[in-house]
Write a protein that binds this ligand. Structure first.
Ligand SMILES: [Cu+2]
Length: 141
C-alpha cells in the first residue's frame, strides 16, 4: 500500500502533474483583456504614463478573491508571456495589480517598450484558457 502511494507520488512528479500543477482556474472562452491606453505605437514624452486596463466577460477582483470568473491584471513590460501553469513572476517586468486596479501610473526609461496584459487568478496563476492581450509597442522620448 505504502509502496503504491510512493509510486503514485513519484510518477506524478515525473509527469509534472503533482499538487503544484493543480487544475488552473477556468476562464470563460469569450473573456478578453485589452489595453485601453496607450494605443499601439504611441509616443510618450517624459516616460510617465497611465496604463488603462480593460476586461470583458470577466470581473476584476483583488488577489485572494475566491469567486468564479474573476482575476487581477498583470502588466508585462518588455517581456514574453510567462509559463501558464505557475504564478506570474513579480518583478519590474511583471507588474501585479493585486488590489484590483484597472489603471496604473508607470514610468519607463527612454526607448521602445512593449506592453501586454495577462490576467491572473487569486493565486496569480493564468487562467485556463489564459486571458492575455495583444502585445503593443510604445516609444518613450
Ligand atoms: Cu498577481
Amino acid at each position: 500500500m505504502l509502496r503504491e502511494i510512493l509510486w503514485t507520488v513519484s510518477a506524478a512528479a515525473v509527469l509534472g502533474v503533482g499538487p503544484a500543477f493543480a487544475a488552473r482556474t477556468p476562464a470563460p472562452k469569450n473573456a478578453e483583456v485589452f489595453i485601453i491606453w496607450p494605443a499601439d505605437g504611441t509616443v510618450i514624452t517624459g516616460g510617465k504614463l497611465w496604463v488603462r486596463m480593460g476586461l470583458r466577460n470577466m470581473g476584476v477582483a483583488p488577489k485572494g478573491t475566491d469567486v468564479p470568473n474573476v482575476g487581477h491584471h498583470h502588466l508585462l513590460v518588455d517581456t514574453e508571456l510567462p509559463p501558464f501553469d505557475e504564478p506570474i513572476p513579480s518583478d519590474r517586468n511583471h507588474l501585479h495589480f493585486g488590489a484590483g486596479e484597472t489603471e496604473a501610473r508607470i514610468e519607463l526609461p527612454p526607448g521602445k517598450h512593449t506592453l501586454q496584459l495577462l490576467l491572473g487568478d487569486q493565486d496569480h496563476v493564468p487562467h485556463d484558457p489564459p486571458v492575455y492581450s495583444k502585445k503593443i509597442s510604445i516609444t518613450v522620448k
